[in-house]
Write a protein that binds this ligand. Sequence first.
Ligand code: PMP
Length: 386
Amino acid sequence: MEQHIIYLDNNATTPMHEDVIEAVHEAHILYGNASSMHGLGRASAQAIEQSRQAIASLIDCSAKEVVFTSGASEANNTVFSIIREQIDLGSKRNRIITTTIEHPSIIETVKYLKSRGYKIDECPVDSTGRVDLATFKRLLGEDVALVSVMTGNNEIGTIQPIEEITELSHAVGALVHTDATQAIGKIEVSMRKMGVDYLSLSGHKFYGPKGIGVLAVKTKAPFTPLVHGGHQEGGRRAGTYNTASIVGIGVAAKLAKADLQAEHDRLWSLREMLRKGIEERIPNVVVNGNQQHCLPGTLDVSFPHAEGESILLYLDMEGIMVSTGSACASGSLEPSYVLLASGVDIELAHGSIRFSFGRYNTADDVAYVLEKLPPIIKRLREMSTR
Ligand code: PMP
């Protein structure tokens, strides 16, 4: 009998929606280079512009502010490279502020830039992973070029007060970037309301294709391309258009917008069902992250005296796919840097599991996890020497 798969790793990536698969498949007839002036080229360009409109409508910005990239990692790297250029050109604003719990595509960029002598402050977060605005205010100053804070965290789901952060940052003249990759399709993401200058997102986190993303850039914000070459994207990102994936992310954006409120409520109720069920059935558990400001589908739980990786593997044997920490950081047995930065005890950080819900999960999935998880934790705790 084929094993039933319960996929609870939607923050790592989502499957493509069937409408996206169909649209991507059909878009392969659009093989003309979108930069070509003939009919086939124009057909591709038109499909790309429709997708650009759909993205702009989803994140509440103007279509000309949308730059297609290969994903959120590239979008994030582009922002830091723009600011690096500004600093290299002698701007008196030569400091960047970010946080300790950003995605590795920012954490590693920060490490690299620091090693090259750039001044970067990583604002600490509170025990729930939220930026403390009083601490943040103390870090701000007239020398700050960029503030980069993610909208919602991929591991613990904590949502940051981006509007307040933008207001404070703009008051001292700093530009603001938010990595909204995990928030898209789960909570309202409005570039206009948040007031940010740059925003990153990625197709594969909201049922679109992998390898396609967006950097949205306010018209007046500085820009230097990361990828130099042809004149695509108004000279902001070179390279022949990935037409099929761009069509796919556009369809995903339309679906995300249409279903936003319903998906938000459904994901939150599944997440709460699992949280309550775990708390009722398993003693001594700690729920990580901010319970008030939290992405609806994310539940991160620590199980003291049980190793995260062991829990993951036992769940995997039951067909339940989860994650410890972020997928990008796993592959090592290091505890989650996000939890450590939130002041979580190292042992608790080692025993954490992230359940992340998506469009295709149901209450039956929660019931199945609640049947399989308690005996696994019990067994692992019995095996533990502590
Ligand atoms: N930022 C966040 C918050 C993410 O969760 C991810 C994906 N794990 C990325 C950036 C990177 O996105 P991509 O895979 O499109 O490069």
